[in-house]
Design a protein around this ligand. Structure first.
Ligand SMILES: Cc1cc2nc3c(=O)[nH]c(=O)nc-3n(C[C@H](O)[C@H](O)[C@H](O)COP(=O)(O)O)c2cc1C
Length: 243
């Protein structure tokens, strides 16, 4: 793999403990996955090292995939968090089928993480706290865009965002390049926008090796629901897979 290998060697610390799955598979894949995400972020391998593909399955069994940003990785008890519109297509899919899959891939590092599991909404307080950290434009966008629904033109979208901003009592700039006003107002989280937690039931770590002798470890466990948005977990069991 030539260039990618030398990039890995250059950008990952010499003390990196997470680049060898060749001997014994680790007990807990989520700590490894978390370390890989942190290392990809520290190495600045791409503009959004936390971007991941999320696959949902519709009521009529049609899978669909899209990129979202992984905003939190919680190895214990083992879930990741992304944020979206609760009326978007993916959210409608989760409402009828909460099983989902996530994929993170860093080509420059020769690493892939596959996660499968169950999606639940984040607690409101956590969504509120995250929303409060978002920039003004993103906050307004969460009110202004009816994500995944059709609209006749971009002009109509901008008019809709302006109208929603006015409805919120915001003084929006009249120029065409930005909606931002000089005064940064406080914007509440819209009830239709928030986090989802993807609780892992299966994880695969894939590590590129020379001569296509790649390492693949797959872990699985069970989730037992203990609350509306929480689970107890069984210990991970692992298996090495042929590449
Ligand atoms: C790099 C990147 C990051 C994105 N991050 C998010 C995100 O965090 N949340 C989100 O709802 N959409 C995000 N999107 C847009 C989604 O890919 C998608 O267009 C949107 O969520 C609507 O998907 P749906 O109609 O399948 O629900 C991102 C797109 C890209 C390319």
């Amino acid at each position: 793999m030539g260039q990618a290998k030398s990039y890995t060697e250059k950008t990952l610390s010499e003390n990196d403990q997470h680049n060898d799955l060749s001997d014994i598979l680790p007990d807990d894949p989520m700590h490894w996955a978390d370390a890989w995400l942190k290392e990809a972020t520290a190495a600045g391998v791409q503009r959004n090292p936390n971007s991941m593909t999320i696959v949902s399955v519709s009521q009529d069994n049609q899978p669909s995939a899209r990129v979202v940003l992984c905003k939190q990785f919680v190895p214990d008890p083992g879930y990741l968090v992304f944020h979206t519109n609760y009326k978007s297509q993916k959210a409608l899919d989760f409402a009828t089928n909460p099983k989902a899959a996530a994929l993170l891939h860093w080509d420059a590092l020769g690493r892939q993480i596959r996660i499968e599991g169950m999606v639940v909404k984040s607690p409101d307080k956590e969504s509120d706290d995250y929303f409060a950290t978002r920039d003004w434009g993103s906050q307004l966008g969460a009110w202004g865009s009816d994500q995944s629904r059709p609209i006749e033109s971009k002009q109509a979208l901008v008019a809709q965002i302006r109208q929603r901003g006015a409805d919120l009592g915001l003084a929006l700039a009249t120029g065409t390049n930005t909606l931002l006003d000089e005064n940064i107002p406080h914007i509440e989280r819209p009830p239709h926008w928030g986090g989802f937690q993807l609780w892992a039931t299966a994880v695969e770590l894939w590590l590129e090796g020379p001569d296509r002798i790649h390492d693949r470890g797959r872990w699985s466990r069970e989730l037992v629901r203990t609350a509306e948005n929480g689970f107890a977990t069984t210990p991970w069991t692992s298996v090495r897979l042929q590449p």
